[in-house]
Design a protein around this ligand. Structure first.
Ligand code: RB5
Length: 157
């Protein structure tokens, strides 16, 4: 089992981040907390980037992000190559985020998801395995969309 996880949130996800971080640490994970460290208002793209850049570089393989709804921070995280950030609210989505999508970042909403539910969803996502097969082909198609878009934006600049 992978035991090292990056975590970050904006102010809307701060309190849930603290709960999830403590839970993971109590369960033997090493959690690398990239902020924020208080309820003071901050900008979610900065915290998305802190985690997503390290996943994108292959420095780490798993991360968890939170903002108020989880929407803004997942939009921002998914701008990074090789990042598959999945916003989940229920058990089936948490499972499928790994089994079908091989999501390397799990996203939760601090204002939409209770700490108890969040711990359950994180546990499911961490313990499931990517199924591969046809899902690998689909992820490769996502990678080729990304590569094509990067090529055309390089040509434009
Ligand atoms: C911050 O107020 C809020 O917009 C943010 O946490 C998030 O919900 C954005 O999607």
């Amino acid at each position: 089992m992978h035991k090292e996880i990056l975590i970050a949130a904006d102010h809307g996800g701060y309190s849930l981040k603290e709960e999830v971080k403590n839970y993971l640490q109590d369960n033997g994970y090493t959690v690398i907390d990239l902020g924020t460290h208080s309820e003071e208002s901050v900008d979610y793209p900065d915290f998305a980037a802190a985690v997503a850049q390290k996943i994108s570089n292959n420095e780490y393989s798993l991360g968890i992000l939170m903002c108020g709804t989880g929407i803004g921070i997942s939009i921002a995280a998914n701008k990074f190559p090789n990042v598959r950030a999945a916003l989940v609210h229920d058990e089936l989505s948490a499972k499928m985020a790994k089994v079908h999508n091989n999501a390397n970042i799990l996203v939760l909403g601090g204002r939409t998801t209770t700490p108890e539910r969040a711990k359950k969803l994180v546990t499911i996502w961490l313990n499931e395995n990517f199924e591969g097969g046809r899902h690998t082909r689909r992820l490769e198609k996502i990678n080729s969309i990304e590569a094509k878009n990067n090529e055309s934006s390089k040509k434009r600049s």
